[in-house]
Design a binder for this molecule. Structure first.
Ligand SMILES: [Zn+2]
Length: 111
């Protein structure tokens, strides 16, 4: 895994965001390509589908939270935990993986 660290990183973070891959180096914060990980095409597809639905709780046009936005984000985070567990199994002991759930809907309710 190529990132900003001197040695190839084994510390990974799963965190979805708008229009970007959800795998990051925990140490230097580089965004990594999930296709560089030796994981199954099935899981790659699940990850892509999951991240493509990131932020569906936000109305981009008006920059506000949609109805039941918090619930939508919670659902997305629950899916994220399942993906995290699958990813952890496929990556094996070589990698240290953490999961960072989305909190963006919460920040919107405070506006
Ligand atoms: Zn790094």
């Amino acid at each position: 895994m190529k990132c900003g660290c001197q040695n190839p990183t084994t510390d990974l973070k799963l965190e979805a965001d708008f229009l970007t891959d959800p795998i990051w180096c925990t140490i230097c914060g580089y965004n990594l390509d999930p296709e560089d990980l030796s994981i199954s095409p099935e899981l790659l597809e699940i990850i892509e589908d999951w991240v493509s639905r990131y932020g569906e709780w936000i109305d981009i046009d008006t920059d506000t939270l949609v109805d039941r936005g918090i619930e939508l984000e919670d659902e997305h985070n629950k899916e994220g935990i399942k993906i995290y567990e699958k990813l952890k199994i496929e990556l094996g002991f070589k990698y240290e993986l953490i999961y960072s759930p989305s909190v963006s809907a919460r920040s919107y309710t405070n506006k």
